[in-house]
Design a protein around this ligand. Structure first.
Ligand code: ATP
Ligand code: MG
Length: 376
């Protein structure tokens, strides 16, 4: 990339720098806001979307993608695009077919650490890079997905005391529901114009209690938040907690898609037995999801991991995705920098797993739409 933010950030993870957290702050010097001054050269776009140079230039000439600006690099003028132009370019040159429908997804399992947050984040970002509008709503009081979306900015400690901004920000679901904060003040923008989020705040810890005291407690988020936003976004994605509380009930009630990542480990295999039964009962009693997918995650090259992945495929063949997400240290880097793996110039391994998963997911949605039209 022509600005060196990404390159600099990767330096942070060199063996020299990994030992100390102070290094992270010193090297990155995180900006308060998302850095929108990143420029993408033709070679960056070719890597990112897997397009070829001729197609890129042809599409630019035909005005199918935004026109490039010119920047100086090593004394030479080169074409470059800005980060906010990526979604329009992704729509033309990318690997996901844009869909024009609206879906609400819950990423949920009853087991902790199965990659719910990581998968929700990677999927959200890949979809947003293809010009589909995405709103991420994190439900974890530990601010998991909020921290990832904000990337290195999350580490920023201000050295000035500004009581107002400390007390008054950020606002999240609790403020929208309990204090009637307008949604426009709760929804935050990111560096991609197609990706917004509602930040997780500490008050999520008391939201569950508040919801339990309301009438129709399971449908409050659907009625007060999702119904108002659904048409603004192609996808609303809830990143759920691993415990089935009233907040999760609300997310599930709002959703027509359930994605359940399950690690290829024996304790998760056991948890899957209980979870699948609970979901079966839930869908019998309450609602049926248009799509329910189980995604094997943290697949390792071990015998047990391979056996469990195979068991997920055979025992839950109706629900299990063809793609598994492998175990890899690169996830940490992506989560820390707040960028999808392909944006960090990775093409193989874990990055390719997420690309394959996103393709499989969008294909499934397209099939759903075909079915809906057939029935009409
Ligand atoms: N492919 C991967 N391989 C190995 N570790 C990963 C991978 N993806 C993410 N991780 C790491 O695994 C940990 C758990 O991931 P994540 O937070 O996404 O799980 P989760 O299901 O959301 O957890 P929780 O149940 O606590 O919400 C994190 O430290 C994350 O960085
Ligand atoms: Mg999580």
């Amino acid at each position: 990339m022509s600005t060196n933010i990404v390159d600099q950030d990767i330096d942070v993870f060199s063996t020299e720098a990994t030992n100390t957290a102070i290094n992270i702050n010193a090297v990155i010097n995180p900006p308060c806001a998302f850095d929108k001054n990143i420029h993408y050269l033709p070679s960056d776009l070719i890597k990112l979307f897997g397009a070829d140079k001729n197609t890129l230039l042809r599409k630019e000439k035909a005005k199918k993608i935004p026109g490039a600006i010119r920047i100086k690099k090593g004394g030479v003028e080169c074409r470059a695009w800005t980060i906010d132009q990526l979604p329009l370019i992704g729509e033309e040159l990318g690997f996901l077919k844009k869909i024009d429908f609206n879906y609400v997804i819950s990423v949920f399992t009853l087991k902790g650490g199965t990659l719910k947050t990581s998968l929700a984040f990677q999927l959200a970002r890949l979809i947003a890079l293809h010009n589909m509008k995405v709103l991420v709503i994190g439900l974890d009081v530990q601010e998991s997905i909020t921290g990832i979306i904000q990337g290195v900015r999350h580490f920023k400690e201000s050295d000035t005391w500004d009581e107002d901004s400390i007390i008054n920000s950020p606002k999240g679901l609790y403020h929208a529901l309990v204090e009637n904060t307008p949604l426009r003040d709760v929804i935050q923008k990111t560096d991609l114009p197609t990706l917004d989020y509602i930040p997780e705040t500490l008050e999520l810890s008391i939201l569950d209690r508040w919801l339990k005291l309301q009438r129709n407690q399971e449908t409050i988020i659907k009625n007060k938040i999702v119904s108002k936003l659904k048409n603004e976004y192609n996808f609303v994605i809830f990143d759920c907690n691993p415990s089935w509380d009233t907040i999760v009930d609300n997310a599930l009630e709002s959703s027509n898609i359930l994605l359940s990542p399950m690690t290829c480990s024996s304790d998760t295999y056991r948890a899957m037995k209980t979870f699948s039964k609970l979901i079966r009962d839930y869908t019998k009693e309450t609602k049926t999801f248009k799509l329910f997918k189980v995604i094997p995650t943290r697949k390792k090259n071990t015998k047990v991991s391979t056996i469990i992945e195979a068991k997920f495929r055979t025992e839950y063949s109706e629900f299990c995705t063809n793609t598994s997400i492998r175990d890899s240290v690169l996830a940490e880097e992506s989560n820390t920098l707040g960028k999808s793996l392909i944006e960090l110039s990775y093409k193989q391994g874990l990055a390719q797993d997420y690309v394959d998963f996103a393709k499989e997911f969008i294909d499934q949605i397209s099939l759903l739409e075909v079915e809906v039209h057939k029935c009409q």
